[in-house]
Design a protein around this ligand. Structure first.
Ligand code: ZN
Length: 106
């Protein structure tokens, strides 16, 4: 979306108020979810590893733990980033003009 400055008519840019906090909150939520994801992954890994005996249970649980944690953390950060972006564009909607320094909202 292209927005023109209401003062000088040059290209203005969206001020990112919510995006960074959104990403952080999302990542934090993801970290919380990571514990659940890791536990679920660990269980699944152990179940798969059980086919290969006692050693397989340990290796499978570790791999599942790692993958579960990774998936949960990434998903949380991405969701938070997207939510922040939507808040910026649709709710806050504050634009800044780099040419004249004017800040305005639509
Ligand atoms: Zn301007």
């Amino acid at each position: 979306m292209s927005v023109k400055c209401t003062k000088c008519g040059n290209q203005a840019y969206l001020k990112n108020y919510a995006r960074t906090p959104g990403t952080l909150v999302g990542a934090a939520t993801g970290v919380t979810a990571t514990t659940a994801g890791a536990a679920a992954g660990g269980k699944a890994g152990a179940a798969i590893g059980a086919f290969f005996g006692p050693v397989g249970i340990g290796v499978g649980a570790l791999a599942g733990l790692f993958l579960g944690a990774l998936a949960a953390g990434t998903a949380g950060g991405y969701a938070g980033h997207k939510a922040g972006q939507l808040i910026d564009e649709d709710i806050i909607g504050i634009y800044h003009c780099p040419h004249c320094g004017h800040t305005f909202s639509l």
